[in-house]
Design a protein around this ligand. Sequence first.
Ligand code: SAM
Length: 291
Amino acid sequence: MKAIERRIADLWFTEYQTPNLRLGLRIEDVLLNKQSKYQHILVVDTKQYGRVLVLDGAIQLTEKDEFCYHEMMAHLVLCAHPEPKKVLVIGGGDGGVVREVLKHDIVESVTLVDIDEEVIRASKTFFPTVSCALDDERVKIMPMDALVFVKEHHDEFDIAIIDSTDPVDFASGLFEQSFFEDVHAALTESGMMVAQTESPFAEPELLRDAVLGLRHTFERAFLAWGSVPTYPTGLWTYAVGSKKFDPRIQRRSAPTGLKYYSDTMHSLAFELPPFVKEIVNGGNLKEAKGN
Ligand code: SAM
């Protein structure tokens, strides 16, 4: 008689990154699997990337590569602004951007506006190295829709960082020009903002429209790029709008101990590969206010 082979269950998480592209991660353990009022929240331990936070099926961060994204989101603008004292973070409930922002001693306050308190709670429970700065006394957490928040604030923040989920449902407005206009109004006269604008391979139209929206709204607008291995296609972009200072010029050096962003990376990030340049200049707005 044939011996029955003992096998361990083979669990995989699959992210459908585009209709034709999937990323699969072998799961070691499922730590949280719940529906909040706004989105589905999943926390899993994986062999390849360590612990992973997934919202509505899309990877938000992994323990192994979150620094690539969070360092770029924070330091590109904080190092380009001469005095970034008041910082607004929109989305970003996991706390990764806030952690990086507070590496700058000059920062006096950080206001974090995330619509979903459950994401903040999950990050505090399962991602202590990411959420570690959320209880800092300089941080104020506003659990509300950022579209409403920015309409109620004027001339207040030196920096705004838009760390949102993909542009679906309640996050879709965070990629529109009317929102950029409200952010512009919420910033001080030398204010600067950065928004994550997805992958040039997966979302070229979204990327182009976001950059055009910023060019219409801000006195200066530029695109920067970098690598985030677990985000769709691995190549990521960051759109920067500035009211006064050229964000390509670094005015303050990088905090010590970083793993991705550096003084050299700052200027390299704004040097776009030709195919990305073509995407952002492909609309009918060719007068170059940016790269
Ligand atoms: N870095 C991530 C990425 O690109 O995949 C985003 C991380 S962060 C967890 C995204 C956060 O944006 C979520 O916690 C979500 O609740 C928040 N968010 C989405 N739409 C929002 C809105 N309209 N107002 C405030 N927060 C919002």
